[in-house]
Design a binder for this molecule. Sequence first.
Ligand code: UDP
Length: 240
Amino acid sequence: MTKKEQLYEGKAKKVFTTEDPSLLIVSYKDDATAFNGLKKGTIAGKGIINNRMSNALMRLLEKKGIPTHYVEELSDRDTLVKRVSIVPLEVIVRNIAAGSFAKHYGVEEGKLLACPTIEFSYKNDALSDPLINDCHILALQIATEKELNDIKTYAFRINEELKKFWASCGVTLVDFKLEFGKLADGTIVLADEISPDTCRLWDSATKEKLDKDRFRRDLGGVEDAYHEIMKRLEEHISEA
Ligand code: UDP
């Protein structure tokens, strides 16, 4: 399958059409942004790591019965995916308080939550991705009740699978963001990516951050952290 025309260029990926109207090619870039695009930079090699990591995790989730858009890894940076219409929600699952959650609710970063929790942001750059609740999602017809239920059920199941996998790598899954899409027949599938750009991943023993917070917070060692987390994944993915 080859790229035909560029459909879209996002902050970290480009999307291309292919000869098959039901399939797209996603191409991962090294560009990094944070704070709704206010902070910009590049993380050398990030596109390769995010592509390979996201694909490995999607294959793992498929094995566990969770439908995803993943079809085939074509190269270091390019992946064939099913064409979906993205549900314009950022679905955030949290196990440990961090980032905006810690700030909003006055909880110390690193506090283990009594149970995993979920929240939604409405994907809209002009509005800075505002938080949105279930009733608003239904009232604005962003998703139907059935779609929202599927999204929540999958999101918590994905959390359980990913938490277990990362624990086997000596890594704590603090929180992460998912996006879901609809296939032509309306089926909800996991889309977008699962990578250190979209997850908080802390070394379980030292609590060292092995994710994009190193870039967001100017902690240094960004590339090393991406390589370290990829190495951990590669060491353990075959047993998962
Ligand atoms: N996240 C993301 N994209 C966003 C916002 C958040 O991938 O536009 C991820 C982020 O990496 C973290 C989780 O979602 O793993 C929760 O992020 P939070 O709401 O705490 O926002 P932040 O503190 O990153 O602004």
